[in-house]
Ligand binder design. Structure first.
Ligand code: PMP
Length: 426
């Protein structure tokens, strides 16, 4: 497969952008090759600038649950654009989108639209701190909640560790207000609450982790978080930027029946256009400006194009669509797993609905420690072999593969054929 034009553009991109990219993982660093440049997306496929076609399992990192350039979304966006691309003022599409969110997420009584997941999590934390008049945040190792200072910290050793900055430029004091705890380890969370409970404003969690690869919550974990937050007067925040509208119409909270105080949404909510949202209990949300004293604003917030794409997307997500995503994804998982087992390749596939991760070299991944034991060299070889055979996976061992409604049995079969060849080649 030739990638001459991609390579040429890559050289040019490096002259203009830091590391050639506008978001780090796009640089393909952990898989040791140059990125491909995309010419266009069509349904389940992306086509690069050299004319190579790939079955796309990145789907823009989750938003494209209907695949690329779905005609109804394209039409909705074009129609909206014809009426102006931004007003910085109130309009009806915001209300239409909000109605759809609240119908699917009954825990959301009031919400605020923003432009990215990062903006939503950052603002939700400020609001939680304002509401509780407390400063500490509990998050989980291997969880990702965007790039605001409070979240760029990780645990050192110990069960519950005050964060140290994970990125240069993060103020130590900001990181130190974040407690990092292992995912799926409710007794560690309990110990943090026993020590610091009166100071904890909120627990923020991906109810199905997606940023250390897919890691589902173990039985009782989310319920345990709910109980501890209730006992200590802290807020429970579900970051459903990936899982919202992905694992069910009403996200992970519908699937597991645990009700958070606040929910973060993004990705699918904007149907591939930039958006984020945070919402929750009226009493909490009412503390936001202009009603209350917690400030947050945005020039492009509630953008009509993003709202139009979001509405069109949510309206197409029927129960039947989720059933077919589930059966197709289950088929993919079972076939990959069987083929790996047959070849004696140690692995585990974690999957919830249409989000899945294949970890090489480990048999169980329940937290970040387990995920880090996965064989990243094997993944890099596999990634390159799959790319060469027309399958575009996320260029990191710790990401999800997303199946979209545009994927069919045909794409699954082609993926499996590529997988067999790739395994034989590496
Ligand atoms: N939360 C989660 C769970 C995410 O996966 C992401 C991004 N992948 C974010 C927050 C940040 O969203 P954004 O990239 O839109 O800022």
């Amino acid at each position: 497969m030739r990638r001459d034009r991609s390579d040429e553009l890559w050289r040019m991109a490096n002259e203009h952008f830091v590391g050639g990219v506008n978001s780090p993982v796009r640089a393909f660093k952990s898989v040791g090759c140059a990125p491909v440049f995309i010419e266009k997306g069509e349904g389940a496929y992306i086509v690069d600038v050299d004319g190579n076609r790939y079955i796309d399992y990145v789907c823009s990192w989750g938003p494209l649950i209907l695949g690329h350039a779905h005609p109804e979304i394209v039409r909705a966006v074009c129609e909206a654009a014809g009426r102006g691309t931004s007003y910085g003022a109130c309009h009806e599409l915001e209300i239409e989108l909000a109605k759809r969110v609240k119908e699917r997420f009954p825990s959301v009584e009031l919400l605020r639209l923003v432009n990215s997941g990062t903006e939503a999590t950052m603002s939700a934390i400020r609001l939680a701190r304002g509401y509780t008049e407390r400063e500490l945040i509990v998050k989980f190792e291997g969880g990702y909640h965007g790039h605001a200072d409070s979240f760029l910290s990780k645990a050192g050793s110990g069960l519950a560790t005050f964060g140290v900055p994970d990125s240069a430029g993060v103020v130590k004091d900001a990181a130190a207000k974040t407690l990092n705890v292992p995912y799926n380890d409710i007794s560690s969370v309990e110990r943090s609450f026993e020590r610091f409970g009166e100071e904890i404003a909120a627990v923020i969690v991906e109810p199905i982790a997606g940023n250390m690869g897919v890691v589902p919550p173990e039985g009782g974990f989310l319920e345990g978080l709910r109980e501890l937050c209730d006992r200590f007067g802290s807020l429970l925040i579900f970051d459903e930027v990936i899982t919202g509208f992905r694992v069910a119409r009403g996200g992970a909270q519908e699937l597991f029946g645990v009700v958070p105080d606040m929910t973060i949404l993004g990705k699918i909510l904007g149907g591939g256009l930039p958006i984020g949202a945070y919402g929750g209990r009226r009493k909490v949300m009412s503390l936001l400006a202009p009603e209350g004293g917690v400030y947050q604003a945005g020039t492009l917030s509630g953008n009509p194009l993003a709202c139009a794409a979001g509405i069109a997307t949510l309206d197409l997500l029927t129960d039947e669509l989720y059933r077919s995503l589930e059966s197709l994804s289950a088929e993919l998982e079972a076939a990959l797993s069987a083929s790996l087992a047959e070849r004696g390749v140690r692995h585990v596939i974690n999957r919830v609905g249409s989000m899945l991760t294949l970890f090489f070299g480990v048999e169980r991944v329940a937290d970040y420690g387990d995920a880090r034991n996965a064989d990243v060299d094997m993944f890099a070889r596999y990634f390159n072999a799959m790319l060469e055979r027309g399958v575009y996976l996320a260029p990191s061992a710790f990401e999800c593969a997303f199946v979209s409604a545009a994927h069919t049995k045909r794409e699954i079969e082609k993926t499996l054929a590529a997988h067999e060849e790739a395994l034989a080649a590496i």
